[in-house]
Design a protein around this ligand. Sequence first.
Ligand SMILES: NC(=O)c1ccc[n+]([C@@H]2O[C@H](COP(=O)([O-])OP(=O)(O)OC[C@H]3O[C@@H](n4cnc5c(N)ncnc54)[C@H](O)[C@@H]3O)[C@@H](O)[C@H]2O)c1
Length: 495
Amino acid sequence: MSLKYFDFLKQIINRKEGDPVEMVRNVDPLGKSEIVWGIKEFKTEYSTRFNMCGYCAPKLDVVRIGFIGLGERGSNAVVRISQIEGVEIKALSDQREASVKASQSYLTGKGIPAAAEYFGKEEGWKEMCNHDDVDLVYICTPWHQHTPMAVYAMEHGKHVAVEVPAARTLDECWQLVETSERTHKHCMMLENCCYDFFELLTLNMARQGLFGELVHGEGGYMHSLLEMNFAKPKGASSDNLCAPEMFRLKENYRNGNLYPTHGLGPVCQAMNINRGDKMEYLTSMSSADFQMADKARELAAKDSFYNQFLGKPFRGNMNATIVRTQKGRTIMIQHDVTSTRPYSRIHLLSGTKGIAQKWPEPAKISFGEEWLNEEEFEKLSQEFTPALVRKIGDFAKKTDEKGGKDFMMDWRLIDCLRNGLPLDQDVYDAALWSSIAPLTEWSVAHYSSPVRVPDFTCGGWKTNQPVNLSLAGGGNTGVRILSNVGTSEVYETHC
Ligand SMILES: NC(=O)c1ccc[n+]([C@@H]2O[C@H](COP(=O)([O-])OP(=O)(O)OC[C@H]3O[C@@H](n4cnc5c(N)ncnc54)[C@H](O)[C@@H]3O)[C@@H](O)[C@H]2O)c1
């Protein structure tokens, strides 16, 4: 279909919200070349059944948990969760027996009752979900299994906490929304970066209006993981391709912003996205691949295991995406896990009255043309540290090898479930933040053309309430100090 430029503009101006506007080829008004105009929209007929934002599930005095996936992330989650009061670890599931046994021996070594074990089968986790002695399924498996596992668990009456990204395709994002709304089960994506200290501080400051009206935010995931993504799992050979274990590398055949949620989540919370504002559209651009195909060639020359990665269409190394929101704010999200550079998630919030930026470290805040000095920064931190950090921050720092954010996330999740409070991250956040990857794949594949971001709240964003930064109605969950001699002591934390 070919339209004249002004006809096309008319179509854009006259369209109603939700009308599809497909991409059309057009003729440049100056008559110089053929160009592409329009916003791609992935239309869906879905409308909300039940609003899960702000949903209070019935209180659970004890939260009975089953884990799926006990690799690096899942096994650490078992350790963290075992230190929270009011939790019973009922089941451990992993395809690999050794992973289940390792977490089991951690539990029993701490004097915690042994959990049921599920291993050796690709779908052993389904048996775990079929049992009614589990309230919450905690999923730490490769990406392509997140949505099928989360959906199955909700269908079987369980709340779900699922690692990032919760979904890989738009269809999966909608499946999560539809299932959570139909079953009235929470589906929280475990976006731990929302619980990091500076992110929580700046969320509170943004909420109190210190930055004025937020205009722009930036987030990213810049992490030099080239070696790790190509690392061969133990025991792998060319006969045993270890498909699940090489999942990270294989995801890199997709060209877009594949891991957006760490940088994006905290910015969305500060901007009240899905809760007062919403994403409107985005445009995305990727560089070429300067490293991954070369790395595959270099490794394959020495080890035939890597032949499977030769000639694969590896993604561009740097992806930059810009989102525009309904209120006219902009969010820039970057992704680069191959270049040699210091770690960064950026975390920048820029408003009419001030700015905060975490990376490059040290974190800084300004209300003028100079960054605040150390003393001024410290004073603000003291004043605006939110309740969650005051309550559990010190313990989290001591116990959590990743600095504290993971423990604060888990503790808050359990405290909300025990007190029947809404979760900080709902299924709409999981769907929206995860949807950036497939949307950017489309934009990158179409010369960075704009694509409309689906409204997973189906209009609920207009009235949904911002994330609750107080511990009101909860905050009464203690922590367990575990010893190695088979006894565990439970005590309450104090503000
Ligand atoms: N939030 C964060 O900071 C963070 C950090 C690291 C990883 N992650 C996420 O956590 C997830 C897991 O990462 P990881 O580093 O632990 O990976 P991993 O490879 O170490 O662990 C994955 C585990 O899942 C198991 N598994 C695979 N298929 C299974 C099945 N059908 N049934 C049961 N178990 C199965 C594997 O055997 C393995 O033990 C990924 O989604 C990753 O993106 C998040």
